[in-house]
Design a protein around this ligand. Structure first.
Ligand SMILES: [Zn+2]
Length: 423
């Protein structure tokens, strides 16, 4: 079940969270405002989504984290029984050109909704994510554009380090507080124990019970290769990830990785990649940085990428990835297939009776033709986005299944060289 590929750095593992176990390498669809655009939660479950990503920035502004907390947390609010990772909000704030200002304390920004001023500190980002009740929380970081000067990249990397310590202190303090007041807890408020509202939660827990997990009482932990650690002794609490910054400068990445490891997180993310740098640089940074991170902790590559990137980055020791590409491209009429990208909106598919991808087993490919889906796009029907998104996410998750299978079978090279040989 848990394996390392002998010919690459690829590894298959299990990530334990308060809402269940995720098989890694894993791809997380992006559910910006507690919704993966054009998909219902039922469909996400059906195609096998193991973990979702939700955006702190968007949920903080609307409907507000206190509203979600009052409604029993994000899982219950959106009726999603499986794990959720929340980002810190920093990336969104900083990509609002001209609307944000970074200071030592945190970042000032104006809401893109109504222009109201807000302040996000490392502590505030923790507070919001804890209120949302996510399974995996991310520290607030500063991500710089590509290209950026060495000085700018270094300053942002060092600020991220100082923010990481503050986030960790706040998180540790909250954990201590929660331990004191066990039972009134956060995050799982009104979820599993009551068994109402979210169908299947209890069943999910049942299914996940193995002799081992019973012994471990569902402790969040990560198993990769032959190592096994239980970094988090509390069964029902979220896990905190640090973020390595440093642009495409390997020495800055090394410095950042060392600092994050020294602070000590339960998982480590690689941030600030796929922001316009050449692909070879992305792969280089991923490979050299992944090596510096503890092998017994999950590694999360943020915001990457294409189906080929999934294979390339898993080969370099990445365990988790997320990207808006499959969902955003689908809404624009581009689908990923075993034969490459298909712009299904194009006139050449007007009379194409075949499925989006002849090799795909998804319910869209089994039922609908390219000509019909092309027609839906041209006619501006919302079903166009629904069908294309369903297929694209299925394709991504299927790629992850192939990746995990190849790692476990010890023949990752075969899959890898197929991707490299593709046009
Ligand atoms: Zn399909």
């Amino acid at each position: 079940m848990i394996a390392r590929d002998p010919s690459s750095r690829a590894r298959a593992g299990l990530l334990y969270t308060p809402h269940g176990i995720v098989e890694t390498p894993a791809f997380m669809p992006v559910g910006t405002s507690a919704s993966v655009k054009a998909m219902t939660q039922e469909q996400l479950e059906e195609i096998g989504v193991g973990m979702l990503l939700a955006n702190t920035y968007h949920l903080y502004l609307r409907p507000g984290h206190e509203t979600i907390r009052a409604l029993g947390g994000l899982h219950r609010f959106m009726s999603w029984p499986r794990p959720i990772l929340t980002d810190s909000g920093g990336f969104q704030v900083m990509s609002l050109k001209g609307l944000g200002r970074v200071t030592e304390d945190g970042v000032w920004f104006r809401s893109h909704l109504d222009g109201s001023p807000h302040f996000l500190s490392p502590e505030k980002a923790m507070e919001i994510q804890l209120a949302l009740g996510a399974d995996i929380l991310m520290i607030l970081d500063e991500c710089v554009e590509y290209p950026s000067s060495y000085e700018t990249t270094r300053r942002a990397m060092q600020l991220t380090g100082r923010w990481a310590r503050r986030a960790k202190d706040y998180y540790d303090g909250e954990l201590a507080r929660i331990e004191d007041s066990r039972g009134s807890g956060f995050g799982v408020r009104g979820s599993q124990k009551e068994g109402t509202g979210v169908g299947g939660l209890e069943d999910e827990d049942e299914k996940l019970e193995t002799p081992n997990s019973k012994l471990e009482a569902g402790r969040p932990k990560f198993e990769a290769g032959d190592s096994l650690r239980t970094p988090n002794p509390e069964p029902r609490i979220p896990t905190l990830f640090g973020i390595v910054q440093g642009g495409v400068d390997k020495s800055l990445r090394r410095e950042s990785a060392a600092e994050m490891v020294e602070i000590g997180f339960q998982g480590y993310a690689l941030g600030g990649l796929s922001v316009g740098e050449p692909k070879s640089e992305t792969y280089d940074v991923v490979e050299s940085t992944a090596e510096l991170l503890p092998p017994d902790r999950p590694r999360y590559l943020m915001g990457v990428g294409t189906p080929e990137d999934l294979v390339e980055c898993a080969a370099r020791g990445i365990d988790m990835m997320d990207c808006v590409m499959p969902t955003r491209n689908a809404r624009n009429g581009t689908v990923f297939t075993s034969e490459g990208k298909v712009v299904v909106k194009n006139a050449r598919y007007a009379r194409d009776d075949g499925p989006l991808d002849p090799a795909c087993g998804c319910s869209v490919c089994r039922r609908y033709s390219r000509s019909y889906i092309r027609h839906l796009f041209v006619a501006g029907e919302m079903l166009a986005a629904i069908l294309a998104t369903h297929h694209n996410l299925y394709f991504y998750l299927d790629t992850m299944r192939k990746i995990r299978h190849a790692i476990r079978s010890g023949d990752y090279n075969k899959l890898w060289s197929r991707v490299r040989a593709a046009p």
